[in-house]
Ligand binder design. Structure first.
Ligand code: ADP
Length: 301
């Protein structure tokens, strides 16, 4: 398991940029644990510390019994790390990249082929292609194969689906679900709130602070506001009008709808009439279940 306790990390000469401000959480064996937050929340900093690439200013992280600072050599053997950006050698072929990572860890592709088979088979037809010439989705599969080839106990994936098309994103999460079956702990970060539901537990972070940590459903169950979705045409004009209404607590655009939280004294009919009076006649208003993104917004407001 993973035990992260009160991690602090700042950057800059005088430590002006507080990237992590006392982050703590635990990850259970066999879990897919999602670290979810917007750009700049501190996800990469956290994962770099867990991968023993940078040191925290204070706090501890113990992974399967090893301390990320004191036992960094052991940590590097038991983890597979897929950084957010560059991780492949662009001028090496698909197969050469994989061989290289296997050799680094004193193993061979054949020895652990069963672990990557499912993923690698999809890119094997292109094994002689330069990694730099692969599509985003294929690069991601190769990077995951490279991170897995030494049979890690813990997989650390930093925003693996950023910039990847929706179909490849779904395929990627399906692959993670199958890897979980092999007993590998998977730590994965994302800025896409809709990916939360693919995790067993999640930590929501923002500006280096942990806002909540629970199962995705647990986060949703803790939501206490009254939430409605508003739809119609001229949405930005409706949004402006909603923001003037004192019984509406928050309102924000959510895809092609507007999500609002309202005072408990407000009735849907009353709000509809308010909008009709302002010449918005084709408006639909319905109570809805919150998504993790609604919870994130409520928790950070
Ligand atoms: P995320 O991965 O969630 O986008 P990061 O961990 O990359 O967040 O960044 C957290 C904060 O730390 C941001 O304000 C970012 O600008 C800053 N930061 C990250 N890396 C460095 C660095 N090497 N030097 C200075 N500031 C950094």
């Amino acid at each position: 398991m993973i035990e992260v306790k009160d991690l602090h990390k700042s950057y800059g000469k005088s430590g002006k940029i507080n990237a992590l401000n006392g982050i703590s959480f635990n990850v259970n064996d066999g879990d897919i644990f999602g670290v979810i937050g917007p750009d700049g929340a501190g996800k990469s900093t956290l994962f770099r510390i867990l991968a023993s690439l940078i040191m925290p200013d204070s706090g501890t992280a113990i992974m399967n019994g090893y301390d990320v600072v004191k036992d960094y050599r052991k940590i590097r053997q038991i983890i597979g790390y897929m950084p957010g950006r560059f991780s492949l050698y662009q001028d090496l072929s698909v197969e050469e990249n994989l061989k290289f990572f296997a050799t680094l860890f004193d193993t061979t592709i054949e020895e652990n082929y069963h672990l990557i088979k499912d993923i690698y088979q999809q890119i094997e037809p292109f094994k002689n292609r330069r990694a730099g010439a692969l599509s985003g989705g294929m690069k991601q599969k190769l990077a995951l194969s490279c991170a897995l080839i030494h049979k890690p106990e813990i997989l650390i994936l930093d925003e693996p689906t950023t910039g990847v098309d929706p179909v490849s994103r779904k395929e990627f999460w399906d692959m993670l679900a199958r890897l979980k079956e092999q007993g590998i702990i998977i730590l994965v970060s994302t800025a896409y709130m809709d990916e939360a539901s693919r995790c067993d537990r999640i930590a929501l972070i923002r500006e280096g602070e942990l806002i909540a940590s629970n199962t995705p459903q647990g986060i949703i169950d803790d939501y206490s506001d009254i939430l409605w979705a508003v739809e119609g045409s001229r949405m930005s004009a409706i949004l402006r009008e909603l923001r003037k209404y004192e019984k509406i607590k928050t309102s924000f655009a959510f895809g092609d709808k507007i999500h609002i939280t309202v005072d408990e004294s407000l009735q849907i009919g009353e709000l509809k009439q308010y909008l009709i009076n302002r010449d918005f006649r084709d408006v639909g208003i319905n109570p809805i279940e919150p998504t993790v993104e609604d919870c994130f917004i409520a928790l950070t407001n």
